[in-house]
Design a protein. Structure first.
Length: 202
């Protein structure tokens, strides 16, 4: 092997080693950023989940006028306020996280519509049913995202417990769905009796 071949071969090997080194450090940096992101975002989502639990367990309390009033406020989740490297996540998980605020807005719009156009004092049943249903659904979505983040970054999972937020959300969702279906059935039966009575008298 002459000098020219040795120089060329050395240059090629140096270039390959440089690429390998850059890839190694870039991959290590991405993993570090991903781990940091998973911790920060999971912590923020855990706070959101805790507040969702407060909402779905809020049965309200009666005020001086005898009307039922909520005891806790609806929570927000604002991921864009978090100082993390979003590009370190896979696009599917990133989409799940960044679209959660829009899902919260949609849920709040549904709840507000129930309060404005369906619920009547003093108990505002339709409002509370919508509130419990929508925030149970949001809580389950947030729990799913936290589980995905933990798996992506290999974060330690909490020890198995008999109680979990997911169980509470599922129970409250089922309870709300049954209440909504039972009320809608009563309304249909009432309407059928009313229309039947009108037809007979016509």
């Amino acid at each position: 092997m002459d000098k020219l071949q040795a120089v060329i071969l050395g240059g090629i090997l140096g270039f390959i080693l440089s690429i390998i080194k850059d890839y190694f450090f870039a991959n290590k940096k991405q993993k570090t950023e991903q781990y940091y992101l998973a911790i920060i975002v999971s912590a923020s989502l855990e706070r959101f989940i805790s507040k969702c639990l407060d909402v779905v367990c809020d049965e309200g309390e009666y005020d001086e006028s005898g009307c039922l009033q909520t005891k806790v406020l609806r929570p927000n989740f604002e991921p864009m306020n978090l100082d993390v490297s979003w590009q370190s996540l896979k696009k599917e998980l990133l989409y799940d996280i960044l679209t959660l605020p829009e899902k919260i807005n949609d849920a709040n719009a549904h709840i507000s519509a129930a309060a404005d156009y369906a619920a009547d004092p003093p108990d505002y049943e339709e409002y509370y049913e919508a509130r419990h249903l929508k925030y149970s659904e949001l809580g389950l979505i947030a729990c799913s995202v936290v589980n995905k983040l933990q798996a992506t970054a290999n974060l330690p999972k909490p020890e198995h417990q008999e109680w979990s937020p997911e169980k509470v959300f599922k129970q409250q969702k089922e309870k709300a769905v049954k209440a909504i279906e039972a009320r809608e059935k009563r309304q249909r039966e009432t309407n059928e009796k009313l229309f039947g009575s009108v037809e007979k008298n016509a």
